[in-house]
Design a protein around this ligand. Structure first.
Ligand SMILES: [Zn+2]
Length: 412
């Protein structure tokens, strides 16, 4: 997420919402968008994740009200910016440099962030509803200031003071994920295997997610039967193994159902991707922790299709397509002019047929990008679509589409 979009993403609200709870003897969990867990040991603190860099200082201040011990070890559950980029804020001036642990794939992630910094800036701007800066000079996140000093492959057991930390690698939201169990405190830190809303296993703009392995990992956490769970996002579940088990089990079932149904359709003639996502029957879970308010099942289907197939959509004309501007001009010509297209967009919008309305709106804009009236209608339809969307991914991408159109800029 760029600095520009971070501002738009209500940092103040995160800071106001910071909550630090003691979840077990000497174990404190703080949430401000993402979770940070601190374990007190005789040797110093073990910190699991660090929060967004912009709010880490405030989290550290609250944590310091509970304990003044130096950071002995930091563990990154994965390399996302809301987990692995805030460690400096917790370090004491006079302390020894901490041991920093992550899965070995975290290093490739940071390299990739450097390689595609401009791209990441644009897609993160869209993911949070904004537009990328024209100069393309927004800082992309490459390596954190405190990179891992120790990496591991499959599993790693670390002893710090009187506590043991059993780290397990698994793939889920990312390929570099770690979750851990501390047996002496009966606490699991799940990383983003648990985010207290429907899993972010479909994110439309990001690299491959792993819903199958995600479900497997949830079952491995379940097998540990932890008493307390500190999630990557959301409130901790304290001293309630049954509630934890239910959440883990239903989460795994949700993912398995989507994956199984998608593969079934792929195996039945490999239809065009859009036919799969519009025809598949998706689960509609009632559980509060599976609400599709961030990501959504339709996007998880897309991730499964991508994983087992190629980039081609399955529609013959899209194998080697005409430039979109040319195609849009043909559609507008067939309609009898752009005014006719706009009329239809407005009718469909009024009827809340927004999927169709947006296709026509795109054609109108692509055929006549500098037409003020077209831009106004396009902004309206995408603002309406953003308003109607339940999941934040869609809501913000639609808001971003509206913002680009109102600035008269190509959606890029
Ligand atoms: Zn996260």
């Amino acid at each position: 997420m760029s600095h520009a979009s971070m501002d738009a993403f209500a940092l103040d609200a995160f800071i106001e919402s910071i909550d630090c709870t003691t979840v077990a003897d000497g174990v404190h969990h703080c949430t401000a968008f993402s979770g940070v867990t601190a374990f007190e040991t005789e040797a110093g603190l073990v910190l699991v994740d660090t929060g967004l860099r912009a709010v880490a200082g405030e989290i550290a201040r609250m944590l310091r009200e509970k304990t003044d011990a130096p950071i002995h070890t930091a563990i990154y559950t994965h390399g996302h910016m809301d987990h692995a980029f805030g460690l400096e804020a917790y370090l004491k001036d006079d302390q020894e440099p901490p041991t920093v642990i992550g899965h070995e794939a975290i290093e490739d992630r940071f390299d990739r962030y450097e390689l595609t910094a401009g791209h990441n800036d644009s897609i993160n701007s869209r993911q949070f509803g904004g537009t990328a800066e024209d100069d393309g000079q927004q800082p992309g996140f490459g390596w954190p200031a405190q990179p891992p000093t120790t990496t591991y492959e499959d599993a790693l057991t670390v002893e710090v003071g009187e506590l043991t930390f059993e780290l397990q690698h698994g793939r889920g939201e990312t390929d570099d994920h770690t979750w851990l169990y501390c047996p002496e405190r009966d606490v699991v830190c799940s990383g983003d295997f648990v985010i207290t809303v429907a899993p972010n296993a479909g994110n439309p703009q990001k690299v491959q997610r792993y819903p199958t392995e995600w479900a497997e990992e949830l079952r491995k956490i379940l097998a540990v039967e932890p008493g307390t769970l500190c999630p990557g996002h959301g409130e901790p579940i304290v001293d309630d193994p049954d509630a934890i088990a239910t959440q883990l089990r239903t989460g795994a079932e949700y993912l398995d159902t989507i994956v199984d149904r998608t593969i079934e359709l792929l195996n039945d003639g490999a239809p065009p991707h859009v036919d799969i996502v519009t025809e598949i029957e998706l689960p509609e879970p009632d559980e509060p922790w599976l609400q599709e308010v961030y990501d959504t099942g339709e996007f998880i289907v897309r991730n499964v299709i991508r994983r087992y197939g190629g980039w081609w959509s399955g529609r013959p004309s899209e194998l080697k397509p005409a430039p979109r501007g040319d195609l849009a001009a043909e559609i507008v010509r067939l309609a009898g002019g752009v005014d006719r297209v706009l009329d239809r967009v407005e009718t469909l919008t009024a009827e809340d047929e927004l999927r169709r309305a947006c296709h026509l709106a795109d054609f109108a804009l692509e055929a006549t990008p500098n037409n003020e009236q077209v831009r106004t209608v396009v902004v309206d339809v995408y603002e309406r679509r953003a308003e109607r969307a339940d999941d934040l991914m869609s809501k913000n991408i639609y808001a971003s589409a509206g913002a680009y159109a109102s600035e008269g800029r190509r959606f890029r």
